[in-house]
Design a protein around this ligand. Sequence first.
Ligand code: EZ4
Ligand code: CO
Length: 395
Amino acid sequence: MKIVDATVVLTSPGRNFVTLKVETDEGVTGLGDATLNGRELAAAAYLRDHIVPLLLGTDPHRIEDTWQSLYRGAYWRRGPVTMAAIAAVDTALWDIKAKVAGLPLYQLLGGASRERVGTYGHAGGRDIPELLDSVRARLADGYPAIRVQAGVPGLKRVYGVTSATGRRPVVEDWDTAAYLRTIPKVFDAVRQEFGPDLPLLHDAHHRLTPNQAARLGKDLEPYDLFWLEDCTPAENQEGLRLVRRHTTTPLAIGEVFNTVFDYQTLVTEQLIDYVRSAVTHFGGVSPLKKLFDFAAQYQIKSAVHGPEDISPVGMAAAIHLGLAIHNFGIQEYAGHTDLTHSVFPHAYTFTDGHLHPGQAPGLGVDLDEELAAAHPYEPSYLPVNRLQDGTVHDW
Ligand code: EZ4
Ligand code: CO
């Protein structure tokens, strides 16, 4: 079997997605997701200009060899653009292999370890009443666990939840002291309204120092969080030692990581409880499965990043992995617009707050190329965050 063509499809059915379609001489095709929010064209160019010419004529069944040759052969390793591009290739080749086998991908990853994949959804509001309504809405959608984000008095926006938009980044504002005072009150209100059983999560979006994160973790202990996510800028792994020493609030990290090396200290010192990487940004199904197996040795579970900017192709890959691995934790599922579901018709289902990959061979996702072409790429940036005095802060 040989790869005879590979094309990059950029489409914006509500937001941008980068999809690689790999075609073989036997007519079997595979899809991979390389969507890199706000930097989509870089991932597309890396694929089109540097990877596709290397794929033509190669055997799509040699997934590991292809991965290693793209990773090591480039000499310039790691980084989100490179690893999103390699991820799309790896995912498309797994899609092809599973289609040739006539099996849904999860069967090739060891088969089902559970009946279905549990999720959490997003609730947010500018103030507590608006937030409580949002939690009610997510519960009505069927979500069994809820991420709670709330406005901070004095700040203009609910942080960390603005979708990417426009030709210039939106500027947001930030005040860490006000945030640290507000969030425990928010969780107190949510617990009073919804009781002790509902699993609640919170994302600090890399905005705190280790000392501030330690304090927030302690302050949130009475509210029994499922996890506190990205409490510090995660590239400094050693910072998590301080956080861990001071709080038993479970910690989740890793949506911006792109290789296992970003996790080395965090995993071996058991400084976190959940690994957050997505297939799309971590080099594909192959390295993410290895990360989960590594994490399992330290009783750390999966929690794959699942925002709107992971396409249904990347989401399907996550669901297959989530059904198969033993140390599954939870799957983030922000969902997609109806138009996105039409551009990417898929076998996976979301029922009663749980995902299932379905029984279609491969990933179980198609691409309607005509509909995709009718919704072309639109320039788009994530926001930039500034303190009250204008200093740029982490977003
Ligand atoms: O801000 O995916 O946990 N989810 C998140 C996301 C990220 C976006 C960035 O592209 O933090 O909403
Ligand atoms: Co996050």
